[in-house]
Design a protein around this ligand. Sequence first.
Ligand SMILES: C[S@@+](CC[C@H](N)C(=O)[O-])C[C@H]1O[C@@H](n2cnc3c(N)ncnc32)[C@H](O)[C@@H]1O
Length: 332
Amino acid sequence: MNAAEIKLRAMASGYQVTQLLCAAMKLRLPDLIGDHPVPLDTLAHKTGCTDEVLYRLLRALSSHGIFVEKANKAFASTPLSELMSSGSDSRVAAEIESIADFMYAVWGQLPTSLRSSKTAFEHVFGATNWEYRAKHPEENAKFNRRMAGAASQKGRLLANSYAFPGDTVLVDVGGGSGALLREVLSQHAKVKGVVFDQPHVFQDDDSEWPRDLLERCTFKAGDFFESVPADGDFYILAGVLHDWDDHNARRILQTCRAAMKPRSRMLIVEFVVPSDNEPHFSKMMDLYMFLTNVGGRERTLPEWSALVGSVELDLEATMPLGAWSCLQVHAV
Ligand SMILES: C[S@@+](CC[C@H](N)C(=O)[O-])C[C@H]1O[C@@H](n2cnc3c(N)ncnc32)[C@H](O)[C@@H]1O
């Protein structure tokens, strides 16, 4: 086999490793296997598998550095399996769970959805993802928890890199359970916040907020296609516009623009797709948006500039925010 063939085979068999990780999570193996080697029969008893088949799974996982086989068919954790345990503060375990729950099936519909007007999500679940989540509280709660992990990270980055003046009001449009604002308010003691999202997003949230932060934050439910809370100094749209096609993204931008005061700013926190041939997270996320959201897409910088420009907004600055970018926009 030549090098190109070896590379292509490795790419084509990626689905196998994905399923190994999903199976490990479903059986809770990263929580059952710690630093000290755990005998196979103990693991078989706890997972409800036979020794024989569980050994084959663990051997395959260990060949990829997830667990290590010790003497007498006992298995111990590795740095990779520790990241998958419920005690880890990494977001990767939640991501693998989502892959097992729905992403794997949705990506399986990529060839179909390329030639269809329906998203892959609709092909698999018979409803758009927002309709489905509104009707399935458990799935919705998991989705919101996953979003909250990403939102906290964006909030920390924004709080560290953006000099919010005191006594300003930030409106987080499509702000989920408020994880982004929570981070910003905790680092900017004079800033106030409004989290705006759909009513069922707040109903499912059970996160506890420190009292002083709650006093500076309000939660308003509504539909961002109709209107958003008025008179904010900053309108944050984090990971919202990439869910929508240009037509609907424009509608959201217009309701925000209508709510803005003359000196208000909009902060759009999204990926910017680089114009090169190199791998970039945004290029896969773009396809994931296509698969899950009607019209969902990631955008290049010229596309962002044209989108905001089409609703009389101007892109005045762009700053990197981890893997994301923060696009600062003002009304013209
Ligand atoms: C991909 S999530 C982004 C959440 C969060 N801003 C973040 O950065 O992780 C998009 C959010 O838009 C909200 N959303 C969708 N349709 C909406 C609507 N019509 N009105 C208000 N919020 C909506 C969803 O409930 C969800 O919380």
